[in-house]
Write a protein that binds this ligand. Structure first.
Ligand SMILES: Cc1cc2nc3c(=O)[nH]c(=O)nc-3n(C[C@H](O)[C@H](O)[C@H](O)COP(=O)(O)OP(=O)(O)OC[C@H]3O[C@@H](n4cnc5c(N)ncnc54)[C@H](O)[C@@H]3O)c2cc1C
Length: 451
């Protein structure tokens, strides 16, 4: 059928022209269509298919097309990566952010981890707001969206946000900062030249592509870039949980004298919706078979829990709204950095001349604020790379602090600002003048104690 005829046919059926694109592939087998335009060729990685040689799978030597060349490349768009990208762009750098999924936020949104812990601490007999800067700005912007966030207000701590509103605000703020965004790209390797990271390799529907940069920020949470680049690091086994949300929770009506209500998780900005954190089993978060088991087992556990809940008198109308699209990986790799944050130091209120963030309190460190030094972001040996978020250098107790969302904002902002400065000054991140970095962070609104 010719295009004009098809349009007339669809008009008679009351369908728009856009529907024509939907019909085309079914009507015509063969060439790939984008709307009515035939696409020539395939996105290619170069080098042709992988070969089987003597029973072994062999990747042929090939040239990889360069997709971007930039000042700062942020890999991973979770709470740390998004803040890093915005901080670097606001410091004047050209920034690209690469994310494997189709949205930003990482565990904060895709993982349905909604409560932002460690925003405040007790200090000098009062509640001190520690988290300012880009992370706090993001949460302030969420206040302006109906159903965007709760508990983000003076005198309140640890707000809970809505994941969809958070994804949207992240898109808006990255775009406003003129960050170059590349989604659906999974970084699989690092480009290293003489002990300096020069970029990464990412796989996507476009094929295999190289991204070059003066400084790379590893905000993958799992330290994928630092490990691929050969930076010293520590591997961790931790709990892997599948978080979910329940709906209709305000319709719960247990009869008088009924058994104690089951745990219904905590409130969210959406009426009648609560989110339920699942601990899950211990496992190696870098083992794809473990991840597969945890995903399947986690979903089964959620449905079993729901069934029991719905069988409880008064809870029949509670329903499962969603399970997280991103499995709840708590810790997998941490960098071996110039400095390692240790629990005993946090408990001793240790301060650092290279402080780049002060986080709020968490029960296991006490009600005190906690200083984070720049050295926790800088690899002990490798150059051209900084870590941000849950993979920064911390011991296996303190990583339960650095992996929380508000501290991830802080290490993200520090890494982004430092990467921009190092790129502008053509120096290694480890050689940065920390006083200059601290001045830039203060200018960006970060709280580093009384000046
Ligand atoms: C079950 C659970 C409950 C938690 N509860 C809380 C809580 O109550 N409060 C709190 O503050 N914190 C909590 N946390 C911790 C917190 O949610 C995370 O540690 C934090 O959000 C991590 O942020 P991040 O940016 O460092 O990493 P992530 O959120 O993991 O972001 C990493 C990003 O990088 C992308 N990425 C990863 N690898 C690649 C790659 N190779 N190529 C391209 N992109 C990649 C990911 O898709 C993701 O978007 C919890 C965590 C879990 C798992």
């Amino acid at each position: 059928m010719a295009d004009a005829d098809r349009r007339m046919f669809l008009k008679v059926l009351g369908l728009g022209v856009a529907s024509a694109a939907g019909l085309a592939p079914r009507a015509e087998a063969g060439p790939i269509h984008e709307g009515s335009r035939v696409m020539e060729g395939e996105p290619t990685s170069g080098g042709g298919p992988v070969a089987l040689e003597g029973g072994k799978v062999v990747q042929p030597r090939r040239e990889i097309p360069v997709m971007r060349q930039t000042d700062v490349l942020v890999v991973g768009g979770g709470s740390a990566g998004v803040v890093a990208a915005i901080a670097a762009a606001r410091a004047g750098a050209r920034v690209t952010i690469l994310e494997r999924y189709g949205c930003f936020g990482g565990l904060w949104t895709g993982g349905l981890v909604l409560i932002v812990l460690c925003t405040h601490a007790q200090h000098g007999g009062r509640l001190l707001k520690c988290v300012h800067g880009v992370g706090d700005e993001m949460m302030e912007r969420l206040v302006r969206i109906p159903g965007g966030i709760i508990d983000q207000a003076p005198g309140r701590r640890n707000p809970t946000s809505d994941p969809e509103a958070t994804k949207y605000i992240m898109d808006v703020m990255l775009t406003e900062a003129k960050v170059d965004i590349v989604l659906h790209s999974w970084v699989t390797n690092a480009i290293v030249d003489g002990g300096t990271v020069r970029g990464v390799i990412a796989e996507s529907k476009s094929g295999c592509r190289a991204f070059l940069a003066n400084v790379v920020v590893d905000a993958t949470g799992d330290g994928d870039v630092l490990a691929a680049a050969g930076a010293d690091h520590v591997r961790h086994i931790h709990r892997i949980g599948l978080v979910h949300r329940l709906g209709n929770v305000d319709r719960v009506a247990p009869p008088a004298g009924a058994p104690r209500p089951p745990d219904l998780g905590s409130g969210t900005p959406l009426p009648s919706v609560r989110w339920v954190n699942m601990q899950g089993p211990q496992g190696d978060c870098l083992d794809v078979e473990t991840l597969t088991r945890c995903e399947l087992g986690g979903r089964r556990a959620v449905w079993e829990r729901l069934r029991k809940l719905q069988e409880t008198p008064g809870y029949e109308r509670v329903f499962l709204l969603d399970t997280a699209s991103q499995l709840g990986v708590r810790a997998s790799r941490t960098l071996k950095g110039v400095h390692e944050l240790r629990l005993e130091d946090a408990k001793a209120d240790r301060t650092y001349p290279d402080v780049v963030g002060i986080g709020g309190s968490e029960s296991f460190i006490g009600e005190r604020p906690c200083q984070i030094p720049y050295g926790t972001l800088v690899p002990a040996k490798l150059d051209g790379l900084l870590a941000a978020g849950r993979c920064v250098a911390a011991d296996n107790l303190m990583l339960n602090y650095t992996r929380l969302i508000a501290p991830c904002f802080l290490t993200g902002q520090a890494a982004g600002a430092a990467a921009a400065l190092a790129s502008q000054q053509h120096c290694r991140p480890r050689d940065l003048d920390v006083k200059q970095l601290q001045a830039l962070l203060r200018k960006q609104g970060v709280y580093l104690g009384e000046a």
